[in-house]
Ligand binder design. Structure first.
Ligand SMILES: [Zn+2]
Length: 166
């Protein structure tokens, strides 16, 4: 287990170093956004970060959040993951890899931690290749959509039956 406090210190140091090396200013907004990004226990979308910043009454523009997230990726603190079409999530580079369950109907993504799969992947070696991380998305139907589809089908059958009776 990574010590949360220690890894946060490392992340702050990484940001310090990156800003200095690139001649960028150490603004309080950048550090506040980093703090908020590190507070997520799981992968998050930029919208989640925006919401968290707003609910903590720290006013920053959308552009600042987007730019800072890019900066945190460039600084090697966060990793950008493409999940499904047009869906982007972020996680800390040292985070455990979650599996994404994406509903093909509503496009909602559920994160699951699969210990068996993790153990398999950690032990899995590929010839002439060193794995850094993986990004797995499983596509299917969520329960909400499955229920809705079933309901719609039933209503359609009833409607067809009524039509026949007329
Ligand atoms: Zn769904």
């Amino acid at each position: 287990m990574v010590d949360a406090v220690n890894s946060n210190t490392v992340a702050v140091e990484k940001l310090d170093k990156y800003l200095k090396a690139n001649g960028m200013r150490r603004t309080p907004e950048r550090y506040k956004i980093l703090e908020q990004a590190l507070a997520f226990p799981k992968q998050f979308a930029v919208e989640d970060l925006e919401q968290a910043m707003a609910s903590n009454a720290f006013a920053v523009s959308k552009a600042t959040i987007y730019n800072t997230v890019d900066l945190l990726v460039a600084a090697g603190i966060l990793r950008r993951l493409s999940v499904g079409a047009g869906h982007t999530l972020y996680e800390r580079v040292e985070a455990v890899s979650y599996i994404h369950l994406m509903c093909e109907h509503c496009k909602k993504v559920k994160l699951v931690k699969d210990l068996n799969f993790m153990a398999y992947m950690n032990a899995r070696k590929f010839a002439a290749f060193t794995t850094s991380y993986y990004n797995l998305t499983i596509y299917g139907v969520c329960n909400d959509c499955a229920r809705r589809i079933k309901r719609e089908k039933r209503q359609l059958t009833i409607a067809n039956r009524k039509k026949k009776q007329q």
